[in-house]
Design a binder for this molecule. Sequence first.
Ligand SMILES: Nc1ncnc2c1ncn2[C@@H]1O[C@H](COP(=O)(O)OP(=O)(O)OP(=O)(O)O)[C@@H](O)[C@H]1O
Ligand SMILES: [Mg+2]
Length: 458
Amino acid sequence: MALKIGSVFRRKAPKQKAERPTIAAPLSDLFAHDAPDASPRAAANLLPRFKASAGDQIDRQRGDRFTSMRLKLRAAFTPSQPVVDRRMFAGRSGVLAAMISSLEDQRLHLVIYGSRGIGKTSLLHMLSQAAKDARYIVHYSSCGAASNFQETFRAAAAEIPLLFHNGYGPTAEEAESGANFADLLPKASFSPRQFGELCARLTGTRMIIVLDEFDRSVSMEFRREIAELIKILSDRSVRVQLIIAGVAGDIAELVEHIPSIRRNILAVRIPLLTEDETRELVKTGERASGLVFDPAAIDFIVRTSSGWPYIASLISHHSGLAAIEASRSTVLPSDVSKALHGAVLELAGRIPKAAQTQVETLREKGMTKLLTLLAGASLHAGGEFDLSDIDAVAGKSADGAGAKRLVAQLANDRILLRRPDDSAESYVFLEDGLPAYLWFQGAQDDFQATRKVRVSNG
Ligand SMILES: Nc1ncnc2c1ncn2[C@@H]1O[C@H](COP(=O)(O)OP(=O)(O)OP(=O)(O)O)[C@@H](O)[C@H]1O
Ligand SMILES: [Mg+2]
């Protein structure tokens, strides 16, 4: 991927006539009365207010068509939440089909891993919905540091009605009274074997148990128990399958290193979105929000997000807001630039001050381009990158060699972390928000530079 973010602006965006807001008045208008009302009530009216109610009803006196667009935009791009609505989910059909086939045709258990924000949970939601459509019982659980086997699997068992137990049947009194599999577990603790044996009684349906954020669980005992359960479920062809998802590749290793279950699981690394898939993400949100994204703005978003759905969603959302603020229903490249500025500020709030100061010092020393290249390499590679990823991003640019030299210094300064157990040199940014932060700044600089050239060329 070449670093020419600015090239997307060379195409002239259509001139937009600003659409006048019908209600939203500029603040200065509020002061234009002949006799200012200084009462506390009037002062209170000047304070910003919500434009829509908690039930998403628009205040007719204050709202306008942009208010309703703003509401729709919020549902169209959800950068701080996983996608749960199928209509808002872009791409990934190949990965989804492969996962369904592994579950259905090979009866494997799945381990899904990938960097933060790559789209694991959203994908799990889509997979869960597809399974529910096929009448699977799906239990979704998000792990935490304190997760343990008992709580996790008791909650899962509680989702299976007793009518699916081969010893009861739908007309049994207990089944009719709404009892479930958890009622058959020992009141005190139970082992993976006991849980597996209970699940072996499942008939007439199948179950999928999803354990998301598995990397957050720190208990080795919990991990060992999960591996043991997978072994028992596989050996007895039980109608229950596990899907384990988390950030690090080591969750794949975690289960794969137990040779006895290696044949029973499929580890899937979630890839970055392709350019077409990112385009689809923007188009999906465009349809849902009622805004129109100018083709040059879409190109800008596609290039800047480098295949990261989180970044594409964040920038699209902020760009849409920038257009609405300007009372326009068309999103232009200048809105994307504003969005990047907003995103930089937002990310800055999440990156420790010390790390920010370190990179600012390097920027002041004229290393902005090199930092942008390294950030691009990290985004391009899905987090962890090696020297070949720098080449891929730098293309023919002479900055590639400089960026490679900078790697050693950044590793020394603990901005980059060298993967300790890797024979090939590979690195990650210690702060996971830093690559996007640096890349957005680079994109902004490029945009401003291209703009200056356009202005000076008349
Ligand atoms: N296929 C997709 N289509 C549209 N938006 C997506 C898609 N995948 C992810 N997103 C968006 O990207 C963001 C991150 O997605 P998600 O929360 O699923 O990632 P994750 O890998 O589970 O992140 P984390 O590691 O932090 O849990 C969300 O805002 C979501 O809205
Ligand atoms: Mg997640």
